[in-house]
Design a protein around this ligand. Structure first.
Ligand SMILES: Cc1cc2nc3c(=O)[nH]c(=O)nc-3n(C[C@H](O)[C@H](O)[C@H](O)COP(=O)(O)O)c2cc1C
Length: 326
């Protein structure tokens, strides 16, 4: 039977996993205003799922049925924990498992996970095999970068492709570059060539600095990759994947200010309802910075929102602002 990756339309567009951003509440807002072809969860520690802190992590694996296809992203280097986490994600009903091999966060790298996977190709391959063993009938994918300190695609990408992944997402920067330089889209067609030679069924997904769906389509045209993953472009813009893109109407402007603020409040209320028991309300402040910009009075409004402690206060701040401008 075909896995979901094989059934996707081409080209396809994924929402990037972003810890404390693309949580289950924000994903519900995105489903409503513009659903991507594939969702990923925030990353979850495979070791953590088998520690006493397990219960705290389960919220990051919560999803709703209308989010399918959705891929669980895990990280870790302990082979047993990767295998059992992968099996657990399969039991939870995920459509695929993605292994993070690109995160530059020091606390993750200390566990020989995330970007540190690039330092030991043999072990990275073992990790992928363990994920496959844990969820034998689910597609396994990897999200990574182009190298650790320098461009290492000549060794790193073939090592990954030889594991016959269902999909490989490449954030086109090295670990060392973090997000400080523009993504190296110029090397993407080389990676596609490698795929054609080594593992023709592996889908190649490009990631890094994509602004919107038009930009994404252009990159696909230029490089020959199969899909694009968009991350930061979703901030303050749950309409990113919408606009009847199949009929070519994408990238029309975001809705007017009033509608944007209404959706921001809807997002806030949903965050409170679904996540206030587990996460700090301060997480919403990142979103406010993105929703509230580019209009007269935005700075003052943002400053007030930074002081808010719950959805009720946010609603009052927005209502007072709207009364003033209407
Ligand atoms: C706040 C934040 C959290 C992130 N969390 C994750 C994560 O959990 N897993 C992951 O693979 N990448 C994570 N990333 C990286 C993004 O998925 C993506 O690779 C990166 O932002 C580049 O894409 P963009 O330019 O479209 O944003 C995160 C990025 C940001 C900004």
């Amino acid at each position: 039977m075909k896995n979901f990756w094989e059934k996707l339309p081409k080209p396809f567009f994924c929402l990037a996993p972003m810890a404390d951003v693309t949580d289950c509440a924000f994903r519900q807002i995105i489903v409503k205003y513009g659903k991507p072809d594939v969702f990923f969860t925030e990353f979850v520690s495979a070791d953590g799922l088998y520690s006493i802190g397990r219960d705290k992590l389960l919220i990051d694996l919560k999803y709703s049925e209308n989010e399918h296809p959705i891929v669980a992203q895990i990280f870790g280097s302990n082979i047993d924990n990767i295998k059992t986490s992968s099996a657990f994600c399969r039991e939870l009903g995920f459509d695929g498992i993605d292994v993070n091999m690109g995160c530059p966060d020091k606390s993750i790298e200390k566990q020989a996970a995330g970007a540190a996977a690039m330092k030991d190709l043999k072990h990275a391959k073992e990790v992928i095999k363990a994920a496959k063993e844990g969820a034998p009938n689910l597609p396994i994918s990897v999200k990574t970068r182009i190298g650790y300190n320098k461009n290492e695609i000549e060794t790193w990408i073939p090592a990954l492709l030889s594991e016959k992944l269902a999909a490989l997402t490449i954030h086109l920067r090295t670990r060392k570059e973090m997000s400080k330089v523009p993504a190296h889209w110029e090397i993407m067609s080389k990676i596609v060539e490698m795929r054609n030679k080594i593992s023709k069924d592996t889908l190649i997904i490009g990631n890094g600095d994509i602004l919107d769906l038009n930009d994404a389509k252009q990159k696909i045209k230029e490089t020959g990759c199969d899909g694009i993953m968009l991350g930061r472009a979703i901030f303050g813009n749950p309409w990113l994947f919408s606009r009847g893109r199949r009929s070519g109407l994408e990238n029309s402007k975001r809705p007017d200010l009033k509608e944007r603020l209404r959706v921001m409040l809807e997002h806030t209320k949903l965050f409170e309802k679904m996540l206030s028991k587990y996460k700090n309300f301060a997480i919403m402040k990142k979103h406010y910075k993105a929703y509230v910009n580019g209009f007269d009075g935005a700075k003052e409004l943002r400053m007030k929102l930074m002081e808010a402690e719950n959805a009720q206060q946010v609603e009052k701040i927005i209502n007072d602002f709207l009364v003033k401008i209407c």
